[in-house]
Design a protein around this ligand. Structure first.
Ligand code: ZN
Length: 284
């Protein structure tokens, strides 16, 4: 097995579903013969080798300020519009992604969660070790113990396909941590396709039992974000660039509203108008 990867991973071809043979610099499908390259410990299982997505103006502004990461994340935590509550991805991963289990972070992006988790993304960010489509992952059926899917599902064109893929790869009894926006405005990364209610998630993941669920950012976070969008919409006079600049300025005006989520996030009705929700699922 490939020396850079956990030897317990059971790989399969995302094109035809056959097993893949691991060599030092590639994986080769024993069914259809497709060769998937491995470079510097990163396996590329993309079926159509489209490269980096073009980033929108607001992402570019943020990336500019991320040159000073400590200052950026400090300011983002205080002035950002969301008051995070409930189980965080890190808390879940610390509890569930133990070294004896195979854990995959689907749509991981560039930020590492915990050591030992396998980061999968369609974009070859730093820290990603498997580049693949989130709806066609290179893992065998019932072979992954834990999946993390943090704020990804809304960016997938066909969320039912992602849910089906997660249900396929997770082993019976395995766990899934899922977060998603609910009352949160359109945010392209590179696009934004869906919102899900609690009963919607239960239907989408019908092969799973909901073990825990809650508000990841509550109704007051939703209100904070909406105030920022309204402020920026009104005063940008239809200029998209001015809109994103005002969005970042307005955070400094409206951020205190979110604090009230610390009071209401445990209320049973908080998910009805939450900005973000989370679920811990277990496969039946
Ligand atoms: Zn194949």
């Amino acid at each position: 097995m490939h020396q850079d990867f956990n030897p317990h991973i059971r790989w399969q071809c995302p094109r035809c579903g056959a097993a893949v043979h691991a060599a030092s610099e590639s994986f080769t499908c024993i069914g259809c013969g497709t060769i998937y390259p491995v470079k510097h410990g990163v396996a590329d299982f993309r079926l159509n080798g489209k490269d980096e997505v073009t980033e929108s103006f607001d992402i570019r502004i943020r990336n500019f300020f991320k040159r000073w990461p400590r200052a950026y994340y400090f300011i983002a935590t205080i002035f950002g519009p969301l008051m995070f509550t409930g189980i965080s991805p890190k808390k879940f991963a610390t509890r569930y992604c133990t070294p004896d289990l195979l854990s995959v972070n689907i749509g991981s992006g560039p930020r590492p969660l915990v050591a030992g988790i396998l980061n999968l993304d369609i974009v070859p960010y730093k820290g990603v070790s498997v580049i693949a489509d989130t709806v066609r992952t290179p893992f065998a059926t019932n072979s992954v113990d834990v999946v993390v899917c943090n704020e990804v599902i809304e960016h997938v064109e066909r969320p039912e396909e992602l849910a089906r893929e997660i249900a396929r790869i997770v082993t019976p009894g395995g766990s899934v941590y899922l977060t998603m926006p609910f009352l949160y405005p359109f945010h392209a990364s590179p696009s934004d396709f869906s919102r899900w209610t609690e009963p919607g998630v239960a239907l989408l993941f019908s092969d799973f039992t909901v073990r825990e669920k809650g508000v990841r950012a509550g109704p007051f976070s939703a209100l904070t974000v909406l105030c920022c969008y309204l402020f920026a919409t009104v005063f940008s006079f239809n200029s998209k660039q001015l809109f994103w600049i005002l969005m970042n300025v307005s955070l400094f005006i409206f951020f205190p509203i979110k604090i009230f989520d610390l009071i209401v996030f445990r209320f049973s009705t908080a998910p009805y108008a939450a900005a973000l929700t989370y679920y811990v699922l277990q496969k039946k």
